[in-house]
Design a protein around this ligand. Structure first.
Ligand SMILES: Cc1ncc(C[n+]2csc(CCOP(=O)(O)OP(=O)(O)O)c2C)c(N)n1
Ligand SMILES: [Mg+2]
Length: 600
């Protein structure tokens, strides 16, 4: 058959990548049995970049399972394949698959795997290797693409990896991977399926495993004296503070956090490294270092880098408040990466998942203090600059993007999939766990586009009714831009606004700081940093992949209409990139945060 004609048109969504049926046959291969477990586990998608090392599995997914449940999402780079799965997990809390070619594909994927690891997100990565039996290796290519211990490449930032030696072991490995990835602290896992296992014919398909007997464990609610101890501290505190760190996207857990804070009148701080965990316009929300210093009891709900936060607030002196730490994070630490951060003091340590701990904590606190203290009057909010600011401005500043988004969107529900380093706190309020998804986890730029596509897919498939918006830096966008093709190909609506300062600007700030320390010209900070001459036309890059591309928008007076057009395009189901040329420079608080503790 003519290959070109056999390919279905991408324009008809239920025809995307639908294979022609295979002739009925009783013959099966090892990779069919492996693919069958993915179906049993209801893994919805596998994001992949192809490679001969897993051609057996690839065939089984297409011709044995018919490319449905799981369905392939072809990516143009392995880093985007894993980033897509990471973005999916950020919304759903569940893993999807990513498949990467033997060693070389895995090497490309490493940065994204590290991001998922640091973000404690479940992702199941499948890989492959050439024949373990050297007699069966094809000359040259299969030798360079075979490694003795491929998992070693990523073992330091995955929770578990395996290279099973039989079909039964492969099935068990997939079940175990699914459990481990989703057991808090969650994280990426890797299964390497060698060529023989995939490509050898088998006589019988093993019986499907009883999936429900291999489900990830439900996080335990802490109980007993330790909960009582924490509740007593909270209930008797005069100035309690909750540091709401990593949390789930579960709206009920969100409500319990609010109830806990209100029950004891605790102030609540949140952190943009993590997704939204508390309403940012709640009267109890907000504050900075002075609030940490002032508090007499601090409850950390898996706050990322509690020790560093305390050390900064107390200028290196010991924290004066009693500290309650609620986290299971130390279960996943290893000695390679320091993503476990500094060692925080803890007067009471609940080794529990924060969302599971909130229920018994709330009950115990209410028993000790049945009358909740009055809620303070709401503080005045910063919010975006008024629309008139766009009339008066000569150049677009990052906060103006918030102004234009507000004007274009009104109150319609959106999810901020990502906000850039230059975005100041308070520009956008979060009222729901899906209002904001946090950052990359590992501080590896280039993840913005891929994670946004995965998150937008999840928002689409779960019928969230939310418009997915990612505001990305130009450096982040450019490193991962080809992920957008996967969104167009699979009809995943997504709005990307690039806060384009034509620079890796975060690092200009670092060069400026060094120049100041050394009394050297700060005027040179842009060299080796500015993405200029030629300036890159991001809208053209977007259009080249089938997106709607708008911009560059340089005139502040044009910003609202450009973003309105972008929103309309996404509402019509498209992927749209609006390239907004913004001034180089960050809001003062964003600059200070970056220089003290922010991006490197
Ligand atoms: C993979 C990777 N390379 C380099 C860095 C160092 N780095 C941190 S932020 C940044 C600049 C990001 O540029 P952009 O996305 O345009 O944001 P801007 O700082 O300009 O607002 C760089 C290069 C990094 N964190 N990760
Ligand atoms: Mg930039």
């Amino acid at each position: 058959m003519d290959n070109a004609r056999a390919r279905p048109s991408a324009a008809v969504s239920n025809e995307i990548d639908r294979p022609m049926p295979s002739a009925p046959s009783n013959r099966i291969w090892g990779s069919d049995a492996i693919a069958a477990v993915l179906r049993e586990l209801d893994i919805p998608y596998v994001a992949l970049n192809p490679g001969a090392s897993y051609r057996g599995l690839h065939d089984s997914l297409v011709n044995y399972l018919g490319n449905t449940r799981p369905r392939m999402l072809l990516c143009l780079h392995e880093e985007s394949a894993v980033a897509l799965a990471h973005g999916w997990a950020k919304v759903t809390g569940r893993p999807m698959g990513a498949i990467v070619h033997s060693n070389v594909g895995l090497m490309h994927a490493t940065m994204a795997i590290f991001n998922a690891w640091c973000d404690r997100m479940p992702v199941i990565i499948f890989g492959a290797t050439g024949a373990v039996d050297a007699m069966r290796r094809r000359p040259w290519i299969e030798w360079i693409h075979t490694a003795r211990d491929q998992g070693a490449l990523i073992r330091n930032y995955t929770k578990w990896d395996d290279q099973p030696a039989s079909i039964g072991a492969a099935q068990e490995a997939i079940l175990r991977a699914n459990m481990i990835a989703q057991t808090p602290p969650c994280g990426p896992v890797y299964i390497n399926i060698n060529l023989e296992l995939q490509e050898d014919e088998i006589t019988t398909l093993p019986a499907p495993p009883a999936i429900e007997r291999f489900a990830p464990p439900v996080p335990l609610e802490p109980a007993g004296p330790i909960v009582r101890q924490a509740a007593e501290l909270l209930a008797s505190a005069r100035r309690p503070l909750i540091l709401a760190g990593r949390g789930s996207r579960d709206p009920e857990a969100w409500q319990r956090r609010i109830a806990l804070a209100e029950a004891v009148g605790a102030r609540v701080m949140t952190d943009r490294k993590s997704g939204a965990t508390f309403p940012t316009d709640h009267p109890l929300h907000g504050g900075g270092a002075e609030r940490i210093v002032d508090a007499d009891v601090i409850l950390s709900l898996d706050w990322v880098d509690l020790a560093g936060t305390l050390r900064t607030a107390f200028a290196g002196k010991p924290a004066t408040a009693k500290i309650i730490q609620v986290s299971v994070d130390q279960y996943v630490h290893n000695g390679w990466s320091m993503d476990y951060q500094g060692l925080p003091p803890a007067d009471v340590y609940l080794l529990a998942e924060p969302d599971a701990a909130a229920t018994p904590l709330l009950a115990a606190v209410k028993e000790l203090r049945p009358e909740a203290p009055p809620i303070p009057a709401p503080a005045s909010r910063l919010g975006p600059p008024p629309l008139s600011a766009l009339e008066d401005a000569e150049i677009i500043q990052v906060p103006h993007i918030a102004t234009a988004l507000k004007a274009a969107l009104g109150d319609s529900p959106v999810s901020m999939l990502r906000l850039p380093l230059s975005w100041a706190d308070g520009l956008w309020e979060f009222h729901h766990p899906l209002d904001y998804l946090g950052t990359d986890g590992g501080g590896g730029i280039g993840s913005g586009p891929g994670m946004s596509v995965g998150a937008a897919l999840a928002l689409r498939d779960t019928g969230s009714g939310r418009l997915p918006i990612a505001v990305l830096g130009d450096g982040d966008f450019l490193m991962g831009v080809t992920a957008l093709w996967t969104a167009v190909r699979n009809e995943i609506p997504l709005l990307i606004i690039v806060a384009n300062n034509r620079s890796f600007f975060n690092d200009e700030l670092h060069q400026e700081r060094v120049a100041r320390q050394r009394s050297r010209p700060i005027e040179n900070r842009w060299i080796g940093q500015a993405i200029r001459g030629p300036d890159i036309d991001l809208a053209t890059m977007a259009r080249g992949q089938g997106c709607t591309g708008i911009g560059p928008v340089e005139d502040p007076k044009q910003l609202v209409s450009a973003i309105r057009d972008g929103v309309a395009a996404v509402r019509a189901g498209r992927v749209c990139v609006v390239d907004v040329h913004v001034a180089t420079g960050y809001a003062a608080d964003a600059t200070a945060a970056i220089l003290q503790r922010g991006a490197g």
